[in-house]
Design a protein around this ligand. Structure first.
Ligand code: PMP
Length: 361
């Protein structure tokens, strides 16, 4: 929950300049394409080497950057993805922003970047949503996708941590995610993350590195790669940009985070809670692709799904590993369906928010 002192600090430190030319009239809220349209305002702030200054909410627009910008060359760049919904009375709420805030500062630390204070990340986001509240969709399954990010700002092409940084938040209305079942490929060639690496950080380079392998998988008819470890090439990490859950009998299994190779999804944490509420036995531990194949062969594999802010829950209908072809009938995914229903009900205030996940604006 937000503290008054923190919001007062945000009000004091963040200057607001409102747009005189809203573009909301150009948006068809019944037909939203993800990431194409941005809300009227954005938040910007600069780190001057010591503290965060120039915090302001301004009309959304381009930023001028020197070609020598350090982030463009060496990738000190991190981001977050969060969603805001409206409750049944039409008031905006942000889903678990403090979890993303903590993860953002964890990513910042790993990339040698400065911490962002609460008044800027949470307070700034709250002010922004307050101003752009009309941009938070109310249509079933729609939301406002919030994208906080930080990049190095030094104009210097030597390799060293930047002294200065820019923090920003931009917001994009997004429509209901069409829950098309996905096809996954497990291969033993490309690896997303190693122990000691940056897999647990939401660092831009993790996504850049995944583009080529994913393009190759797409050529072969898959939607995403189910990433596995790079030693044994068999322990599941994540699928595409989602965490992975495997339902075997009454057990829900998801890879543990101890090696630092997996992004700790906020949806993952929420789904784990919901699965326990539903009476499943939750196992957070290493799980190999061989175990999944074996469960499939002996008829106990019920569901495989990915979880993330963008899609919520994405059902896996095909999972291929070497000569093994796992085909699953996603129309029978009762666990995944129930998880989606429960999450949706909480995020839109249809049921009491017993876990305190909604941050009210
Ligand atoms: N793994 C990766 C690599 C991701 O980019 C994301 C999306 N942020 C996730 C998992 C899911 O995380 P979350 O549930 O917090 O969106």
């Amino acid at each position: 929950t937000k503290s008054t002192a923190m919001m007062e600090e945000a009000d004091k430190k963040i200057k607001v300049t409102r747009t005189t030319a809203s573009t909301i009239g150009e948006v068809d809220f019944n037909n939203l394409a993800f990431g194409k349209k941005y809300a009227d305002h954005m938040l910007l702030a600069d780190f001057d080497g010591k503290e965060w200054i120039n915090a302001e909410i301004v009309p959304f627009g381009h930023i001028s950057v020197s070609p020598s910008n350090a982030a463009w060359h060496y990738g000190q760049a991190i981001f977050e993805g969060i969603k805001a919904y409206k409750d049944q009375q039409g008031n905006p709420m942000i889903f678990r922003p403090y979890d993303n805030y903590k993860r953002f500062n964890l990513s910042a630390e790993r990339m040698g970047m400065p911490d962002v204070p609460e008044w800027l990340f949470i307070g700034g986001m709250a002010k922004l949503i307050d101003i752009d509240r009309d941009w938070v969709p109310t249509n079933e399954g729609s939301s406002l996708y919030l994208r906080p990010f930080m990049i190095a700002a030094d104009e210097f092409i030597g390799v060293r941590p930047s002294d200065t940084y820019k923090f920003a938040i931009i917001n994009s209305p997004s429509g209901p995610y069409f829950n098309k079942p996905i096809k996954l490929l497990v291969q033993d060639k490309y690896v997303r993350a190693f122990p000691g690496g940056v897999g647990y950080a939401k660092a831009a380079g993790n996504y850049g590195g995944a583009m080529y392998p994913t393009m190759q998988a797409r050529k072969d008819g898959y939607d995403q790669i189910l990433w596995v470890d790079g030693y044994d090439y068999k322990f599941l990490q994540e699928c595409g940009t989602m965490n992975v859950f495997v339902i075997i009998g009454n057990r829900a299994i998801t890879p543990d985070l101890t090696q630092g190779t997996i992004l700790a999804g906020v949806t993952r944490a929420s789904v784990m809670d919901v699965l326990v509420d539903m009476g499943l036995e939750l196992e957070e531990r290493p799980i190999s692709i061989e175990e999944v194949v074996e469960a499939y062969n002996n008829g106990t594999l019920r569901e495989v799904f990915g979880t993330g802010t963008a899609a919520s829950v994405a059902y896996v209908e095909q999972l291929d590993y070497k000569e093994h072809k796992i085909s699953l009938d996603t129309t029978k995914y009762t666990v995944g369906a129930e998880v989606i229903n429960r999450l949706d009900a909480i995020r839109t205030g249809k049921v009491a928010d017993e876990k305190g996940w909604n941050f009210h604006i």
